[in-house]
Design a protein around this ligand. Structure first.
Ligand code: FO1
Length: 335
């Protein structure tokens, strides 16, 4: 749907985002602002539970993926890391037998982790570090970590070699094990003691629209919601909260949502995820939910849960297609 030029685009939009899927969705938000000429202020609250300390460096995959993608530094093939990347440092570390060898540490990406770690060591909070890094990348949005406190998502799995039950960092589950080992629980370590980063609660209370993009509802949006205060403020804000399903048919479009939803006992469907987030009128979060056209048959079930729903094309095939999705989010919020 290409909006009429005068379609009302809210003055302030806040998006809770994970990595690859959220960044791609945000490209659609910015494309819609281009198309309509709206001077909307976009704030992104990004998941930091994927963060990992490697070789003494702090790596923030979701912050960096949003920053690089909107700053045009992303490798569009992989969806993460830098374009024109080389892997010499990674090869040299492997030659020394230094673990982990499974993590794709790029030479250009390394500079971001060096700058970030130096600033953290100098006492700057992650939110200030992110603001400094964004001065180079100019992503066109205000990028906030969900918290300045250390939070790392760990997954309980059966070790494929020994069969023993153990907890591994999310990155090891996702990259080393390709999310293909039996998994039993997802724990955002440190979340319960954390607090929202500066600006996060204001971005939820003082805004005109909040979007839950098709990021992973468990380890991306779910981890953001695990930071004390965020869920409560989403339920209390006057801004409509509209979600976009990352599940089309019976599977995720990309990533590992199918596996993780199974762990927490949520049906892997656009309706299952909507019911998982819940209707705001029923102590949940959603004022509306977009499903893909293939899931149009689920709309009555979702509406029966108290969540207004619409079936529209949800494949982010290019920026304009994604911008059309964003226009549908705005239309649903306005209805
Ligand atoms: N994803 C992979 O599948 N393999 C990798 O080696 C890998 C390295 C990597 C390095 C930096 C970074 O910012 C992201 C990286 N990712 C990699 C993606 C990352 O695991 C995911 O984007 C998020 O953590 C989940 O959304």
């Amino acid at each position: 749907m290409t909006p009429a030029p005068d379609q009302h685009v809210p003055a302030r939009i806040t998006v809770l985002s994970g990595g690859v899927g959220g960044a791609r969705f945000l490209q659609g938000v910015l494309r819609l602002l281009d198309r309509t000429g709206a001077s909307t202020e976009v704030t992104v609250i990004a998941n930091t539970g994927d963060d990992i300390w490697l070789h003494g460096l702090k790596v923030c995959p979701d912050l960096d993926t949003v920053m690089y993608t909107l700053g045009n530094g992303i490798d569009t093939e992989r969806g993460w890391g830098r374009t024109g990347e080389t892997w010499h440092a990674k090869e040299e570390l492997a030659a020394y037998g230094v673990e982990p060898t499974w993590f794709g540490l790029g030479d250009r990406d390394l500079a971001t982790h060096l700058v970030r770690t130096q600033m953290l060591d100098a006492g700057y909070p992650l939110s200030a570090v992110t603001e400094a890094l964004c001065r180079r990348w100019q992503p066109g949005v205000r990028l906030l970590p969900m918290s300045d406190d250390r939070i790392e998502t760990h997954i309980a799995i059966d070790d494929p070699d020994t069969g023993e039950r153990k907890a591994v960092h999310f990155q090891e589950y996702w990259i080393r094990h390709q999310a293909s080992v039996p998994a039993y629980s997802v724990v955002p370590i440190g979340a319960e003691k954390s607090s929202p980063a500066p600006g996060v609660l204001e971005a939820i209370r003082d805004t005109d629209l909040i979007i839950l993009p098709p990021s992973n509802p468990v380890v991306s949006v779910g981890t953001i919601l695990s930071v004390p205060g965020i869920r409560e403020n989403l339920r209390a804000t006057s801004a409509p909260v509209i979600g976009v399903s990352g599940i089309v048919g019976s599977d995720h479009v990309r990533g590992m949502a199918r596996q993780l939803l199974g762990i927490i006992g949520v049906e892997v469907s656009a309706a299952g995820v909507a019911e998982h987030y819940g209707a705001r009128s029923a102590s949940g979060l959603l004022d509306g939910w977009l499903v893909d056209t293939v899931d149009a048959g689920l709309v009555p079930r979702i509406e029966a849960a108290g969540i207004p729903a619409r079936a529209v094309p949800l494949m982010m095939t290019d920026h304009d297609a994604t911008a059309d999705m964003v226009a549908e989010v705005i239309a649903l919020a306005g209805s």
